[in-house]
Ligand binder design. Structure first.
Ligand code: FES
Length: 118
């Protein structure tokens, strides 16, 4: 979670400002934050809608916040592979858990929260 500078929990070393692109819109985040922290701070609580659970399909979002429930899946274009730190091939992407994925400057993320029936 993001901690406000005036919080009694401060001082927290905050990384520099970075910009993510979420569903084509810029989202300002800070280096060291997870995607979930950045998305929640930007007011984006709905991250995807699972298919096959009947109607109405309610959007899912961050639930456990620690990588267990998979409720926070987002599509990340060209994620870096941890073992090589090299970008994946052009056009590639992966469903990643927002709560355990570090935000990176220029990262392109897609949610499925706005897709009807997705
Ligand atoms: S919120 Fe549970 S895995 Fe991300």
């Amino acid at each position: 979670m993001r901690i406000a500078p005036e919080s009694p929990l401060a001082p927290v070393a905050r990384g520099g400002s970075i910009t993510l692109w979420v569903d084509g819109q810029p989202v300002v985040a800070y280096a060291g934050e997870t995607l979930a922290a950045a998305l929640l701070a930007a007011g984006r609580r709905a991250l995807y809608r699972p298919a096959g659970y009947g109607e109405p399909i309610r959007p899912h979002g961050v639930y456990c916040g620690m990588g267990v429930c998979f409720e926070c899946l987002v599509w990340v274009e060209q994620p870096r592979r941890a073992e090589t730190d090299a970008p994946a091939q052009d056009g590639a992407g992966a469903w990643l858990r927002a709560c355990v994925t570090p935000a990176e400057d220029g990262m392109r993320v897609r949610t499925r929260a706005d897709l009807p029936g997705a």
